[in-house]
Design a protein. Structure first.
Length: 135
């Protein structure tokens, strides 16, 4: 279960309650909570994580080059199709329009580009979807 807006870095009282509910539901249904962290804040299911949304492709690849320890890593973005729906949600008045529209479309192009996939696999990574990652 990936909860995005209430990820492990948020520490307000409401977030702690939400995390408790998420952990209970994951236990009940046999799911892994991808943002589950130990007391020090370290991810339990991944060696490291990075968000590619604000990075150019080469910056993302530099991060991947540093991931040399065996284990699972979490590279994520905020991909979306450039559509009327996205443009409506990300209206010109939206304070995060530059992020919410352009970056999402860029992320979709990155994550669906066969050349990107080949380059990542060429670095020795086995790509898996989040559903496969925690089995």
């Amino acid at each position: 279960v990936e909860t995005h807006m209430v990820n492990g870095r948020n520490r307000l009282p409401i977030h702690r309650r939400i995390h408790a509910i998420i952990r209970k539901l994951c236990a009940q249904f046999g799911l892994a909570y991808t943002y589950e962290r130990d007391a020090s804040g370290k991810l339990l299911h991944f060696v490291d994580e990075a968000c590619s949304s604000y990075l150019d492709h080469e910056e993302t690849f530099r991060i991947l080059q540093k991931w040399t320890q065996p284990g699972r890593y979490h590279l994520f973005g905020h991909a979306a199709v450039d559509s009327d729906e996205l443009q409506t949600i990300c209206s010109p008045e939206h304070p995060s329009r530059f992020w919410a529209a352009d970056v999402r479309v860029k992320d979709l192009a990155f994550y669906t580009d066969p050349k990107v996939k080949a380059r990542i696999e060429g670095m020795g990574f086995e790509l898996v979807g989040i559903g496969e990652a925690l089995r």
